[in-house]
Design a protein around this ligand. Structure first.
Ligand code: ADP
Length: 528
């Protein structure tokens, strides 16, 4: 065999040569829909790469993006890795100080910003010296001191793609940690190519040239679950929703663009289900074959709710550290004749590992647990698209000496290898697909003079998946109300990160090693 390198370039070239006429649709913040093709995106990517080289971007340099799901982002997904640089997608929902930290940590060179995100950009712009700021404009001109994306693409010579090592870096994304700072995950070309191939398999996300794919999951979050590359590889039509991902906007797009598959976190689909329940006749979703839902546990009610509308929800599990796809839950044929209850219970599991992806779980003593669906242990994974470390050597304790990544998800595994998340060892709350650090909230709460102990746990929430609940022990002789504590937290946390509920207790139960016994708190409060 020739031993050709597995690089993103081969995806870009395939899109250019074989899927040139396949449409790429972008809905702008104004509601206007722009239509282009893979061919045009790939050709423009060559000129974009030429422009970035002219600006001094070299192999290995990081190019940051602050963009929505839009065709320009796809052009950067193509151009930056294919020219040998590294695309670093920034999450505009992060705090200014987190964004400032991340761009510094990644040592980004150029940044490309959508004009609708300039306000976010301004909140951390002054903290870091980007070599160039490029702005994608839709209505006007790029502001003074920045370069206009369209003019750059129009004015540059098309680049030839260099030969690249498949193990070189292609992309980068940050994940929030349990405490402290976000950690960078770097994806190699090889990882992204193999991930795209596997994601496209029929029992995985099943992406084919006959599909119209709408990733609601943002392109700034774990590569939009790899869908842009998988779609480009397969030649699936791509519909990019831009900033408006409320239920009605997504349903309008699904219906008008005849979307066949879409993907996102449960919060989006909860709202969509409510809209469909309210107005079942409003949208024509006859082409919509499957909704891939992941990032948080999918409640059984969601499967049932969409089934009532003839729409199939498929649960997937993944992490930023795993590029992100690690498991998909497809009903196995042995359960075809089972009753609805058994089928729903199965579909509510996180699924079986994708091909080439290895799993095991170990209990607190380090013993590998049996696949008997009873024993519980922390899920550990390894495979061609699983990180073996974080950028700059951070978070080394997440990796075992024998090369496995510790996910922080506590699971049971059935005899067929299908996982079910039962708990989380990492101290995080996942609300609407975004992390809230319980440890950071606890530290801030405990900085209040009236608080002696504070523990924050995740409680299930129909709309957001999870919401933070704070359990607080007051210092003897002091008084403080939930509103006062909320105001105290609001000094450092965004409104959506503040606990909805506060429970006051005399003392918080602790483990032998002095850690808060969150399992007890969950049993006591999480279902109230
Ligand atoms: P993403 O949100 O892109 O999946 P993150 O790295 O932000 O990636 O979060 C990964 C974590 O999200 C997992 O470790 C797990 O705790 C949670 N998660 C992801 N998918 C699921 C799922 N299907 N069910 C339950 N939890 C999930």
């Amino acid at each position: 065999m020739t031993g050709d390198q597995l690089t993103v370039t081969s995806i870009v070239e395939r899109a250019e040569k074989f899927h040139a006429d396949r449409e790429v649709v972008s809905r702008r913040s104004s509601g206007v829909t722009d239509r282009t093709t893979y061919g045009a995106c790939a050709r423009r990517a060559r000129r974009l790469a030429g422009a970035l080289s002219d600006l001094g971007v070299n192999e290995g340099d990081r190019v940051a993006t602050l963009l929505w799901n839009q065709s320009e982002h796809l052009e950067l997904y193509f151009a930056v890795p294919a020219m040998g640089a590294v695309i670093h997608t920034l999450n505009p929902r992060l705090f200014p100080d987190e964004l400032a930290f991340i761009v510094e940590d990644a040592e980004d060179s150029v940044i490309v910003v959508d004009e609708t995100l300039l306000e976010v950009f301004e909140t951390f712009r002054s903290t870091y010296d980007f070599t160039h700021i490029i702005v994608v404009t839709h209505t006007g001109r790029a502001p003074a001191g920045t370069l206009d994306y369209e003019s750059l693409v129009a004015g540059a010579e098309a680049a030839d793609w260099p030969a690249l090592d498949e193990n070189s870096a292609a992309a980068m994304c940050y994940t929030s940690g349990t405490t402290g700072r976000p950690k960078g995950v770097v994806y190699s070309h090889r990882a992204l190519v193999l991930h795209s191939l596997v994601a496209a398999l029929p029992d995985q996300l099943a992406v084919s040239a006959r599909d119209t794919v709408l990733p609601v999951v943002p392109m700034f979050h774990a590569n939009a679950w790899g869908l842009p590359y998988a779609a480009a590889l397969a030649g699936a039509r791509l519909v990019l929703p831009g900033p408006r991902v409320d239920a009605e906007s997504v349903l309008d797009l699904c219906s008008y663009e005849q979307v066949t598959m879409t993907a996102g976190v449960p919060t989006v689909w909860m709202a969509m289900l409510a809209a469909l329940d309210n107005e079942p006749e409003r949208w024509q979703l006859t082409e919509l074959d499957r909704l891939i839902v992941g990032g948080s546990a999918v409640p059984r009610a969601m499967f049932e709710g969409f089934d009532r509308h003839g729409l199939t929800v498929v649960q997937a599990w993944g992490m930023t550290e795993t590029a992100p796809l690690g498991a998909v839950c497809r009903l196995p044929s042995r359960l075809d004749q089972s009753n609805a209850d058994e089928q729903y219970n199965y579909r509510a599991r996180q699924g079986t590992a994708t091909p080439l992806f290895h799993i095991r779980a170990r209990d607190e003593d380090g013993n590998t647990i049996a696949w008997d669906d009873a024993a519980m242990g922390e899920l550990e994974v390894r495979g061609p698209w699983v990180a073996t470390g974080y950028h700059a050597g951070r978070g080394a304790d997440s990796f075992t000496a024998d090369g496995w990544f510790k996910t922080g998800d506590v699971v049971r595994i059935d005899p067929h290898g299908c996982i079910r998340i039962c708990d989380r060892s990492k101290d995080l709350v996942k609300s609407g697909g975004e992390w809230i650090s319980s440890v950071d909230l606890e530290n801030k709460l405990m900085s209040h003079p009236a608080v002696s102990q504070a523990a924050v746990i995740a409680v299930p929430d129909n709309r957001w998946g999870e919401r933070p609940l704070a359990v607080v022990a007051r210092r003897p002789g002091t008084e403080v109300s939930a509103d006062e504590l909320r105001a105290h937290l609001a000094q450092e946390f965004a409104k959506w990160q503040l606990p909805d509920r506060f429970e006051f207790v005399d003392a918080i139960p602790c483990t032998a090693t002095g850690k808060f016994k969150k399992t007890d708190l969950r049993t006591q409060f999480a279902t109230v």
